[in-house]
Structures are given as structure tokens and as C-alpha cells.
Design a protein around this ligand. Structure first.
Ligand code: SAH
Length: 394
């Protein structure tokens, strides 16, 4: 029994005729740029910005410590800065970038999802999740996304604009603050992990995201001083950018959203596959492993009767093993579905068979947990829900 549901069996959301296909977009709808922020710069850049404003460059160290170590942007907390200069310095380098528009809790308070409003009214999400041995933040790198994956809520929105490094990093500061201040059930804790699996395609906002990686990894007070191995950049498969990232000297974990091992299906499931095929993508992922020594994660959302066949698990194992052993780790995740559509999560039995096939072929495989799925945890779903509600109220 090999039923094959195709991504093209149903027109994309919002389509005006049945043959409509998802459209990739690389151009933002909005041109505006967030105000300049301390986190946009390395320490030397911060000093230069202060100097240019006629302020002493050495204040950059103090200001950085307030932001990255004490997690504050409030001038009243900065008693080591001269009272007369505090607000000028803060206005210059610590403008408010994100405001809470909504916060929703799940998993008995161990998961908090935030919807943030940016300076121009654009909205992005981040999700903070506490596990027994780590606390992880899922951040957004763009408002919306241009990659148009038909099963992804953010993919249906199109690209509003790229975030700035400051806007990405301020999501992290706010989450670190929440963890420190005991906002998660279980008491105060430290943020240890960051994954770029929120809204947006991080490698389509390359320079900004690399800047954010530096701020995450750089030791305090220049950055948060997180361990590079605890940071994951997830990509739909922008091959040249993967190659570039491997050479940045930032040994972060790369996650590749593969979702299909054959071009026949992936061409329809992941529109960017029209540009870079499965083979090229896996070659780049393998090269990333060779250069950085970091094992690559292969993300695979299991979609009922679409990509969850045992033969596809076998093909995936063969594709990975043909490039070497032990270099990749597969993370199947049950699709977080839009009810009543062709996009439905696989059955438990199909999921188990898929996992068993991979493991039998020596491929390390871990089912990813579905934290926060009851609060529209996946990708863009909260922003979509809020937008719908606002439209209904108008
Ligand atoms: N653009 C990046 C990162 C954002 S999405 C990327 O494509 O990797 C983070 C992960 O969530 C990706 O693996 C994406 O394919 C997956 N995802 C998106 N919508 C989903 C859904 N409805 N159910 C399960 N996973 C989903």
C-alpha cells in the first residue's frame, strides 16, 4: 500500500485558481530599517559609534555589560554612567526595538511563546522552552518568509522584511531575562541554547544572522558568551550560503530542512529545490560537517502519505550513507497540521517504521518533540492567528 498525496493536490493558501503554485520571493515588501542598536556592532563598532556622537569610546564596555550581562536597557540601572549622559547614550545605542504584543504559556509553564511588535508594526515570534538539562530559545530572523513552503504558516505570509541584528539579539536578551527572572515554571534558570527555527529563512538574511551569531557567541561583555555548539541555524537549503557559513569560523550546528530525499517530491514540497537539488544540498551539508566538525541535523516533517513512506526512509539513509557515516542526525517531527487539509501528520505506525528504517541503516535518528504545538508552537502560527483575529475585529 503506497498512497501518494502530492503537495500540488491542493492549491496554496489564498490561491485564486486551482493551478496556482507557491511563489518564491527574495524582495521584501517593506524597505524600512530598524533603528541602529548596540547589538548591530562588535565592540570596535560600538566605540566608533560613541566617538562619532562626541561621547567617550570607553563607555562601550560599560554599556555592553549592561546589555549582554545584566540584560538591561534601562538608563536608571546604569549608575556607572554619568547621570548627564545616560539618556543620550541609551537613546543612541539602546533604542527600544521590540515590544510584547502577546505572551502565551504551555507545557505547564515550561514553554512561553512571545509575539513581538517591531518599530514599524511588523510582528515576529519567539518561543522559550525549558528542558531538564537546557533552556532553548527559538528566534525569528525575518518578518514573514519568502521561501513559500506550502506546509508552513510563515511560508504563506510572504516576506515582509529582514530583521536587523539588534532585533534578533533583543529577542534573546528578553528571553534570557525571562529565564533569569523565573518566568518559566521550575524557577530561575539560564538560557543555554538558541535555534534559528522561528519565522524566516536565516540564510536569506545572511550578514545580519552572522552578526547575531557573533553576538551570541562572543564572550561577555562583547556578547552573551553562549557556546557555539548550543546554537543551531536551520535552513531550507540555500547551498551557496551553507558553503559560506562553513567558512565563518563559527562552529554552530547546521540544520537542513530536507523533508524529502527525492527531487520529484521535494520540487513541489520545498520551492527552493527548483534552484538547488537534494544532491547538491546534501553535498553542501556534508562539506559543512567536514569543515566545522559539527554533525548536521536533517529536519524531516512527517506528512501523512506524502513523504513518510518506508522507501523514502531507505532512500534518505542511502543518500546520507553514500556521503559517509556518522555525519548527520535525522530529526523527524510529526507535522503540525492545518486541520482538514492535505497536510496531516503521519500515523504513529508510519512514523515508527520510518524511524526504524533509518536506524537499521545506521543513521542516528531522534523524533523531535512538539513543544508548544497546543499554542500554535510552530512557525508563524501565532502571528497568523493574531492577524486573523485583528481582521475579524475590524
Ligand atoms: N527557514 C528555516 C527555519 C524556519 S522553520 C528552515 O526552513 O529551516 C523551522 C523548521 O520548522 C523547519 O524545519 C521547517 O520546515 C519546520 N516547519 C515549518 N512548518 C512546519 C509544520 N507545520 N510542522 C512541522 N514543522 C514545520
Amino acid at each position: 500500500m503506497n498512497i501518494q498525496v502530492r503537495p500540488t493536490d491542493q492549491a496554496p493558501e489564498g490561491a485564486t485558481h486551482p493551478d496556482a503554485r507557491p511563489v518564491l520571493s527574495f524582495k521584501a515588501k517593506r524597505r524600512g530599517k530598524a533603528p541602529t542598536h548596540l547589538a548591530d556592532f562588535d565592540l570596535a563598532g560600538r566605540k566608533a559609534a560613541l566617538k562619532e556622537a562626541g561621547l567617550p569610546a570607553f563607555r562601550a564596555d560599560q554599556l555592553s555589560r549592561h546589555f549582554f550581562t545584566h540584560l538591561t536597557t534601562n538608563p536608571a540601572d546604569m549608575s556607572d554612567l554619568p547621570a548627564g549622559q545616560r539618556s543620550q547614550i541609551c537613546e543612541l545605542l539602546l533604542p527600544r526595538l521590540i515590544q510584547e504584543a502577546a505572551a502565551i504559556r504551555a507545557d505547564d509553564g515550561r514553554t512561553v511563546k512571545h509575539l513581538w511588535e517591531l518599530f514599524d508594526g511588523a510582528r515576529v515570534e519567539s518561543v522559550l522552552m525549558r528542558y531538564p538539562s537546557r533552556t532553548t530559545l527559538c528566534v525569528s530572523s525575518q518578518a514573514g518568509c519568502g521561501m513559500a513552503c506550502p506546509f508552513c504558516a510563515t511560508g504563506q505570509m510572504g516576506l515582509t522584511r529582514n530583521l536587523s541584528t539588534g532585533e534578533i539579539i533583543d529577542q534573546v536578551r528578553r528571553a534570557s531575562q525571562a529565564a533569569r527572572d523565573g518566568d518559566l515554571a521550575g524557577g530561575p534558570t539560564r538560557l543555554t541554547n538558541v535555534v534559528f527555527m522561528g519565522m524566516g529563512e536565516p540564510l536569506a538574511n545572511y550578514k545580519t544572522v552572522v552578526g547575531a551569531l557573533h553576538r551570541l557567541i562572543d564572550p561577555a561583555p562583547e556578547g552573551f558568551g553562549l557556546s557555539a555548539r548550543n546554537i543551531t541555524v536551520s535552513t531550507v537549503g540555500l547551498v551557496p550560503a551553507i558553503k559560506k557559513l562553513s567558512k565563518e569560523g563559527l562552529p554552530v550546528t547546521l540544520a537542513v530542512s530536507l523533508h524529502a530525499p527525492d527531487d520529484d517530491l521535494r520540487d513541489d514540497l520545498i520551492p527552493i529545490n527548483s534552484r538547488w537539488k537534494v544532491g547538491e544540498l546534501l553535498d553542501a551539508a556534508h562539506q559543512y560537517f567536514e569543515v566545522t566538525g559539527r554533525r548536521v541535523s536533517i529536519e524531516y516533517a512527517l506528512i501523512k502519505n506524502m513523504n513518510d513512506h518506508a522507501w523514502r526512509a531507505q532512500l534518505l539513509a542511502d543518500e546520507l550513507n553514500s556521503r559517509g557515516s556518522g555525519w548527520a542526525h535525522v530529526n523527524p517531527i510529526p507535522l503540525n497540521p492545518t486541520p482538514g487539509s492535505i497536510w496531516t501528520a503521519s500515523t504513529k505506525a508510519a512514523q515508527q517504521k520510518f524511524v526504524d528504517t533509518l536506524r537499521r541503516n545506521g543513521v542516528a535518528t531522534t523524533i523531535r518533540d512538539t513543544r508548544g504545538s497546543d499554542i500554535d508552537g510552530a512557525c508563524g502560527q501565532l502571528a497568523t492567528a493574531v492577524e486573523k483575529k485583528m481582521k475579524e475585529q475590524q
